[in-house]
Design a protein around this ligand. Structure first.
Ligand code: ATP
Length: 316
């Protein structure tokens, strides 16, 4: 039996702007995404019969067909009916917190697509895998590509920008608090749709998309201006998630008070991150936050920004 083990990296949003509401029910986004090396470990083993099995060591992760990794298997089988007699066993070792705004599930789907491409010798290119994966979730193409990228459309249209590798990040999440991504977007729409561009007007849409390409965050990244990157962190979804979770607001305030380059919530939260220029500073901030908020429910990590989304750990 052949097996591959892959590592799927978490992502943070350095910039997240909701531009408008699309006719297909999704939102038009302008984002800057960054991979961080807090990784899940996914092992794919071929089975001699047409069966798909999945195990995961995290109790909040479903092991039925709603798991994004199994959805990725089914997407490939639907796309290539000749694969219908193939079987695979998937084992997920979860290190990325669940429902955290870190795209953990999307990363698992990305690793499954990359891994099955190897295991089943499909010969798909990375671009083909990215295009296919967009059918499953807006963040999955970025999870396959990794690194630092501007993401527009639903989040699936990617433009690479210079890698931020070399910066560190402190991640903090209350274990018992999760935010549903659909809830966050629905609540934003209910309260702030007056901020949306009229996307029926393609000139306005393009102008708003260009604003991120030419905007201060991307300029700061291009110039490796780490102070500027920290200063221009932005996330529209903080407007709905922080008022609904006072402890996350308090956590964000505490983290910001300890310096670092900048502090922001990632994606739909509730993970809050602080960027730091060195590993030592990141560890100091983590220790200070732990001292300030000695709640056993609060989990903290230090990770580095990485240029890789999915990487192969070992093949046998
Ligand atoms: P995103 O940032 O992409 O919105 P998230 O980090 O907020 O995602 P996930 O950890 O991906 O959230 O999980 C969201 C939900 O998806 C979970 O509550 C879980 O029920 C479901 N799910 C399905 N497959 C997976 C998976 N492989 N790993 C984690 N969650 C999964």
């Amino acid at each position: 039996m052949t097996s591959y083990t892959l590592l799927s990296a978490a992502k943070i949003n350095l910039y997240l702007e909701i531009i408008g509401h699309r006719p297909d029910g999704f939102h038009e986004m302008a984002m800057v995404m960054q991979s961080v090396d807090l990784c899940d470990r996914i092992t794919l083993t071929s089975l001699p019969m047409a069966t798909q099995r999945l195990q995961c060591d995290h109790p909040q992760v479903p092991t039925d067909s709603s798991n994004l990794a199994l959805k990725a298997v089914n997407l490939l089988i639907t796309q290539f009916p000749e694969l219908a007699n193939r079987g695979v066993e998937i084992n997920i070792e979860k290190n990325i917190p669940v429902g955290a705004g870190l795209a953990g599930g999307s990363g698992n789907a990305a690793a499954t697509l990359v891994g099955l491409n190897l295991l089943w010798k499909l010969g798909l290119t990375q671009i083909e895998l990215e295009e296919l994966s967009a059918q499953l979730g807006s963040d999955i193409p970025f999870c396959i590509r990794g690194g630092t990228a501007i993401a527009t459309g639903r989040g699936e249209m990617l433009d690479p920008i210079p890698s931020l590798s070399g910066l560190y990040v402190v991640l903090a999440k209350y274990e018992s608090v999760s935010v549903s991504t659909p809830w966050a977007y629905k609540t934003y729409r209910a309260n702030f749709s007056d901020r949306y561009a009229d996307i029926a007007d393609s000139a306005t849409l393009e102008e708003r998309q260009q604003r991120v390409h030419a905007g201060p965050m991307v300029t700061a990244i291009s110039h490796k201006d780490t102070e500027g990157i920290g200063h221009h962190l932005y996330n529209d979804l903080e407007r709905v998630v922080l008022p609904a979770h006072k402890n996350v607001q308090q956590l964000r305030d505490r983290m910001a008070s300890h310096g670092g380059l900048g502090t922001m919530m990632s994606g739909s939260g509730p993970t809050v991150f602080t960027l730091a220029a060195t590993l030592e500073t990141a560890k100091q901030i983590m220790n200070q936050v732990r001292t300030d908020l000695p709640d056993p429910d609060l989990k903290l990590w230090v990770a580095s920004c990485t240029g890789t989304g999915i990487r192969l750990e070992a093949d046998h």
